[in-house]
Design a protein around this ligand. Structure first.
Ligand SMILES: O=C(O)CCC(=O)C(=O)O
Ligand SMILES: [Fe+2]
Length: 358
């Protein structure tokens, strides 16, 4: 077991691979993974009984961008306001690229541990194989391993990791990253339209922005009700686009106090509003809490792309949205200051964005 501290973004401890732990036969679940019993971790029966058809909205990208369809724009606006989440179909990203990205991502987790160790998270750097947001020996841990990469801008890619990547994975992720960048831009343009914003107030912030891609690998666990894959959180990003490998359910989204289990549509993207877009839209669009649950039989892999503003800009409510009747609800601060604060604390529900409220 190796533990280190990172420096540049606060502290983070490295903990052993959950994937390796899950391989052991007769696994005695270490207590640092066992969650308290006050929250049901497996999908909420009450919810399943009463709202069997409750699902996050599905948006058709081609309809959304076609000038004719105002109804899809309204649906999109509603999804961003009320759910903070939607599945995006007909998005135009080639399925051959999606298949390649998924297969090569799976291959990364199939590498032997010695190979993976070549890409281990290093002090002061969250890129590589490891875990998220580990700050103390006492804290409960997620049943998940991650492989994180800074993907854009190109000059911020970590040579320590990027130059060593298997070429097939590297090619897939480079192409995928560009497609996601374009898609995020198009979605933000539609947000400007739906919110009637002037002067490209959203897209400007994200021009030349940073993008991080994180593969989340959730091994099966013999006692899935005792652990959590990813604890409840909202994303610190602007916009997050998730591609799920396979059809195993696990992602749950909070809606009116209930956990709704997402049923992923094949090759659809699951898109969600991050804290920064909540701030920029002055709370019109909401970054909603979500979490990942674990399966007793099957592993699950998701590929999350976090689209963030340019490091050189200030983030805060768009000027068009601030009026005497609707004053700014969030403070304004530089992107770097925002991220420094975010990475120095434990991931906990919506506590970080709450601290931005005026
Ligand atoms: O695994 C998932 O579906 C969700 C991942 C997620 O919420 C995240 O990476 O922030
Ligand atoms: Fe998330």
């Amino acid at each position: 077991m190796e533990e280190r501290r990172t420096k540049s973004y606060g502290t983070a401890l490295l903990v052993p691979s959950v994937q390796e732990l899950a391989k052991s036969s007769n696994l005695a679940l270490p207590s640092r993974y066992i969650r308290p019993h006050d929250q049901p971790l497996i999908s909420d029966d009450h919810n399943a009984l009463n709202f069997p058809h409750l699902q996050i909205p599905v948006i058709d990208f081609q309809k959304l961008v076609s000038e004719e369809s105002n109804s899809e724009l309204e649906k999109f606006h509603f999804a961003c306001k009320e759910w903070g989440f939607f599945q995006l179909v007909n998005h135009g990203v080639r399925s051959s690229l999606l298949e390649k990205t998924k297969t090569e991502s799976e291959n990364m987790f199939k590498l032997p541990l010695e190979e993976k160790n070549k890409y281990k998270q290093a002090p002061g750097d969250l890129d590589g194989f490891g875990q998220n947001f580990v700050f103390s020996e006492e804290q409960k841990l997620d049943w998940c391993d991650v492989f994180a990469l800074t993907t854009l801008p190109i000059h911020m890619r970590k040579p320590r990791i990027f130059t060593k990547l298997p070429s097939a994975f590297r090619e897939a992720i480079e192409n995928y990253s560009m497609e996601e960048e374009e898609l995020a831009k198009s979605l933000m343009t539609q947000m400007e339209k739906a919110l009637k914003l002037k002067d490209k107030e959203v897209t400007k912030l994200f021009e030349g922005g940073t993008q991080a891609t994180r593969l989340n690998y959730y091994p099966p666990c013999p006692q899935p009700e005792k652990v959590i894959g990813l604890a409840s959180h909202s994303d610190s990003s602007g916009l997050t686009i998730v591609l799920q490998v396979g059809d195993v359910e696990g992602l749950q989204v909070k809606n009116n106090g209930k956990w709704v289990t997402v049923k992923p549509l094949p090759n659809a993207f699951i898109v969600n509003i991050g804290d920064i877009l909540e701030m920029v839209t002055n709370g019109e669009y909401r970054s909603i809490e979500h979490r990942a649950t674990i399966n007793s039989q099957r592993e699950r892999l998701s590929i999350a792309t976090f689209c963030n503003p340019n490091f050189g800009v200030e983030i805060g409510p768009a000027h068009t949205l601030i009026t005497d009747q609707s004053p700014a609800k969030y403070r304004r601060l530089g992107t770097q200051e925002y991220y420094r604060g975010f990475f120095s604390r434990q991931l906990e529900s919506k506590s970080y964005i709450e601290s931005m409220k005026l």
